[in-house]
Design a protein around this ligand. Structure first.
Ligand code: TXA
Ligand code: MG
Length: 316
């Protein structure tokens, strides 16, 4: 359904305990009523997601946060004030209204307000917080178009709202700002530099595995079906069967079965917006391997490289 005209019906599906995939500014989410444990359980089933991987709850408006969680720590409130709506997920104490299945039993909850008008309208119309992971099967590429959702989840979802390609193309940055110094748990669409400028030094600690605090930080994640490896300075010449994911320039050697260029102008924001779409296309091109060129390690480039490394780790 179109994201604008489908909102009323999608909201009633959410209220009735169903699953609605919807666009956000980052990636498409697979939403359910976050106050309803049974509805949340459907998300885990549809995604084949392990129960230890907690969900992000989405609100229509920053003003709704205190009503749900009570008093908000000042450092968290400062980030809310500065960056919501937007691609920043914050960690707060789990309120009693949110069933433990949503947070995988953690006593904390991840929450954000998406910067996408149709998503906020949907959540407002549903009248409940909406738990939504990325609308893909666990461990696979995140969806940046409604077509990706349909191809990946099919009948497991009741409604897919189509708002076209997402603007950021990469997931939200996750920050725990409850302690002395904010900790970045997942690199994402909001660059670390923007956080530092707003609140001073932060600690970047993605990928603390073991008991993963943010499984989006599992070493192996965000993977295409095709084996992916990172290009070295001298990528081996194409053998006519492999695909190449380039940052700015097509490889000089023409022996690649498929080539995707993220941004000829070297614009990292654009590269992030195109990343998963390009990987979905290389997957569809049925190449034997994807060779991916890392991008400059600045701004949202850090999150792009993070996703490429995790995709590559799946195949080692
Ligand atoms: O941009 C996004 O964040 C998208 C859109 C739909 O909002 N959502 C998304 O959700 O990427 P998902 O489920 O694919 O990733 C959520 C990440 C997981 O790595 C999860 O472990 C982490 O958030 N997370 C959720 N609750 C947490 C908590 N209480 N503490 C630490 N990490 C948490
Ligand atoms: Mg995900």
């Amino acid at each position: 359904m179109p994201a604008d005209s489908g909102i009323a019906e999608a909201a009633s599906v959410l209220r009735a305990g169903g699953l609605v995939a919807f666009p956000t500014e980052t990636v498409y989410g697979l939403g359910a009523n976050a106050l309803d444990a049974e509805a949340a359980a459907r998300i885990f089933a549809a995604k084949a997601r392990p129960s230890f991987d907690p969900l992000i709850s989405h609100l229509a408006d920053a003003a709704d946060l205190p009503g749900l969680v009570g008093e908000v720590p000042p450092a968290v409130a400062a980030l809310v004030e500065r960056f919501w709506p937007g691609p920043l997920t914050l960690i707060v104490d789990r309120p009693a209204a949110i069933p433990p299945i949503v947070t995988s039993g953690l006593d904390t909850m991840a929450v954000r307000v998406p910067d996408e008008p149709s998503a906020r309208a949907l959540i407002a119309a549903a009248g409940v917080p909406v738990a939504a992971p990325s609308a893909n099967r666990f461990g696979q590429l995140s969806p940046t178009r409604a077509e990706h959702v349909v191809a990946g989840l099919g009948d497991a979802v009741d409604v897919v709202l189509d708002g076209g390609p997402t603007r950021c193309g990469i997931e939200s940055t996750i920050v725990d700002a409850r302690g002395e110094r904010p900790v970045v748990l997942r690199l994402g669409a909001l660059p670390v530099e923007a956080l530092v400028e707003a609140v001073g030094p932060v600690e970047v600690r993605p990928g603390s595995s073991g008991q993963p605090v943010a499984p989006g930080t599992l070493a192996a994640h965000y993977a295409p079906r095709t084996p992916l490896r990172l290009a070295t300075a001298e990528p081996a010449p194409g053998d006519g069967r492999r695909g190449f994911l380039a940052f700015r320039e097509r490889p000089a050697d023409g022996g690649w079965a498929a080539v995707e260029v993220l941004s000829p102008d070297g614009d990292l924001t654009l590269a992030a917006a195109r990343l998963f779409d390009a990987l979905h296309r290389l997957d569809a091109a049925a190449v034997t391997e994807i060779v991916a060129e890392p991008v400059p390690e600045v701004g949202v480039g850090r999150a792009i490289n993070d996703r490429l490394r995790r995709a590559a780790a799946t195949w080692h």
